[in-house]
Design a protein around this ligand. Sequence first.
Ligand SMILES: Cc1ncc(COP(=O)(O)O)c(C=O)c1O
Length: 505
Amino acid sequence: MNCVERLVDIFGSQAEVARRFSLDRAVVNNWVKSGYVPARWAMEVEQVTGGDVTAADVLNEATERKPIRLKSRPDGENLYIPTVGSDTMINEYAPSKRISSFHPPQRTLLGPGPTEIHPRVLTTMSQPAIGYLDPVFVDMMEELKSLLRYVYQTKNPLTFPISGPGSVGMEFCFVNMVAPGDKVIVCRNGVFGGRMIENVERCGATAIVVEDKWGEPVDPQKLEDAMKANPDARLVAFVHAETSTGVLSDAKTLVEIAHKHDALTIVDAVTSLGGCEVRVDDWKFDAVYSASQKCLSCTPGLSPVSISERVVDFVKGRKDKIHSWFMDMNLLLGYWGASTRTYHHTAPTNSLFGLHEALLLIREEGLENCWARHKRHHIALKAGLEAMNLKFLVDPKYQVPEMNAVHCAAGVNEAEVRKRLLNEFGIEIGAGLGPLAGKIWRFGLMGYSCRPDNVMLCLSALGSVLEDMGYPVHVGDAESAAHAAYASMHTTEAAAKKRKTAKAA
Ligand SMILES: Cc1ncc(COP(=O)(O)O)c(C=O)c1O
């Protein structure tokens, strides 16, 4: 007897089988005529018959009568039928929704990060995996560290990428440098200073907060005052380029003040690294972290850090146990340090190939040229945005070239503008955070996204959307202003080049 005959035998008639399975009688009649129950009913048959007819019986029979065809795209057939004889059977935990391969749409990423990934980085990441202790990989790690030292402008031997996003780099610095009971001065002028306070408190220390308005740089005088009032504070932390507002603080001066009072420093260079001047040695940073997905044009998930010898000695000398095993600098040194290469955790090898390529791209472009590119396109974008009467949040003296925050256009729904940019033009820009939510738009020009075609596309898309939504702009004005800015920069640069050549001759 085949399975369908057994069902009719158990339930007495085709009509009763149809009733038990909530089916039309014609369907059951079809099963009888074809001589098998379709595979997708296997689990239900087993349940309804209490196991008298098993799912395996149904599957084996159905597969024999109607072999499974594998298709690249599902078209109504269940692709998750287990193979004949497999004891896995249909898995009750398998997703009920049919799932096919993921193909993200093409977007122009002009928000606060992630940025577009350079095609050379993507290609490199798709190379075959190799072991994280493979001698070839180990050689690549040394090159990667030397490229990172170049981008950070440092000779710190301990300069390497932590496996994890920028937040892990942040936590790495705090967990190694802050002990319970410590006093830490944290400068807060946006979202990420707030996260530093969280880190200090979670390390069991006390945060003394130097507060500045969102959109304004950290005030060096306030830091000086806080240090005088708290001579026992042994650490100062601040964000160099605050992504939530696009403001740049004077890192060199802040570090000088901290050192004058014998405190170490933790500097957040997540948005600044690669986009504007960061000089770890000249500015005497003690510990600095960044992230791979912003001006480095790489995939998210790596956090390059650079740690001075002074901090390495300090951490090595700590008597208490570091509160995180994964981020314990002494243990990580075993894998990333100068001499040894022992297993600590499985390094994300292909992402590291990608970072190597991303840093190599900056080396080929020249770091100073890379900073200049971010500045040039910032000036053009700014000219265009201001031609649309959009006002920058930050005073021009402190604007971060790669992170442009403007007050939203009055009288239009700001979220609708972002939605239309995404849906109609594939452009992603950033919204305001915290107290600036609904009040500002953030235009990132970072890494590979920082290109003239993106500047022009962004201005022309924004102009069309705003005009369509009734905001008084004249489509084309923004592009003209940006073109004029490019032309003026070109003229100035050409004149400077001419003068240089004449002088050399
Ligand atoms: C200044 C700053 N610090 C820290 C972070 C956290 O980095 P991640 O999101 O990679 O964890 C960000 C992220 O945007 C940032 O902009």
